[in-house]
Design a protein. Structure first.
Length: 331
């Protein structure tokens, strides 16, 4: 079976990667897509043999790119192509019986900007065997990496013969638009300054992000209605950001001098079923009867999903502040 794919290529590759039983071979010149990367990491972590060959350049190894070290640490086999003979392949073989081959790089740029194609092949073993042999021949000439390369954006040459800056900038723009995230688009504006398309997209996305809402409840572990270890919600799910809320928490024991401020996200009343974000200790409360002192706790969540938690001593006015950069807090 051979099928030509012109749309939905990423979804089709993801489906086959998800069904892999033993072995994945991928040789792709440029690789920036986190969905495909996370699937490779998942399969490597599950004990599948996952082999990946990519080019070593700023598109793949820039300091904003994929975490190839995580792939290695999870058991993935990473190889960088020969710099003197750049590998321009874009093919993947799954379990020796499914092949994807075409123009499609595993990037946001390829998916969102370019017109691409890939052919999916199943059952044509003579053809698939040729691609396996090509992959194995490439791999045998390369060194398996124990440490991934990370390249500093500031070292990207201003002499850009192969339009790396252009590709990087629009790949990051496409990623930011797809994920509704400002961070990749901010990097795109630095990668390709004064580009009117990117500047306009950044302004539009900024306006949209300002209207983002929280995706889950945010709060602290507390005694609620006499029950311990409950989630006291400081910022409810669905609140438009930026948002800020302060609540006064009183001590529950006589002469209590310490309060642990434990921050959680989730939808459950019982904190053990929610996800802990972090904690810190306020340890300078005066010795007083229960409920006669305490802390004011303020939650501030901005449009980029940055959460600031401030605990202020009700008696002294002293405060402690912790900032959490937690993904998937807003949408």
């Amino acid at each position: 079976m051979e099928v030509a794919l012109f749309k939905g290529i990423r979804q089709e590759i993801l489906k086959e990667l998800d069904q892999a039983q033993t072995h994945i071979r991928a040789a792709v010149a440029w690789f920036t897509n986190w969905d495909l990367f996370d699937k490779l990491c998942e399969q490597a972590s599950a004990g599948k043999r996952v082999e990946l060959i990519v080019i070593d350049d700023f598109i793949n190894n820039g300091d904003w790119g994929l975490d190839f070290q995580r792939f290695i640490d999870l058991g993935g086999h990473l190889y960088y192509g020969d710099p003197h003979h750049p590998m321009h392949h874009k093919f993947c073989v799954v379990d020796d019986h499914t092949l994807f081959n075409g123009s499609y790089n595993w990037t946001y740029y390829a998916e969102s900007k370019n017109v691409e194609n890939t052919i999916k092949v199943k059952g044509n073993q003579p053809l698939i065997k040729q691609f396996i042999e090509e992959f194995d021949a490439l791999r045998e000439k390369l060194e398996k990496r124990d440490t991934a390369i990370k390249r500093d954006f500031n070292n990207l040459s201003l002499i850009d013969l192969f339009s790396v800056r252009n590709y990087l900038a629009f790949d990051l723009l496409s990623r930011g638009q797809q994920e509704r995230s400002l961070k990749p688009v901010e990097v795109a504006t630095r990668t390709l300054p004064k580009n009117s398309i990117i500047e306009q997209a950044y302004r539009r996305l900024t306006e949209e992000v300002i209207r983002k809402k929280t995706i889950t409840n945010l709060g602290v572990k507390a005694v609620v209605n006499g029950v311990q270890d409950r989630l006291f919600v400081q910022i409810p799910k669905g609140e438009q950001v930026p948002f800020e809320h302060t609540h006064y928490f009183r001590t529950v024991h006589d002469n209590q001098t310490k309060v642990s401020v434990e921050t959680y996200k989730g939808q459950y009343e019982d904190c053990k079923y929610n996800e802990k974000i972090g904690s810190f200790l306020v340890a300078d409360l005066p010795k007083k009867p229960a409920e006669q002192t305490g802390v004011h706790i303020t939650f501030s969540l901005d449009k980029d999903g940055i959460l600031k938690v401030v605990a202020t001593n009700a008696d002294t006015g002293g405060s402690m502040e912790v900032i959490y950069d937690v993904e998937a807090l807003v949408f």
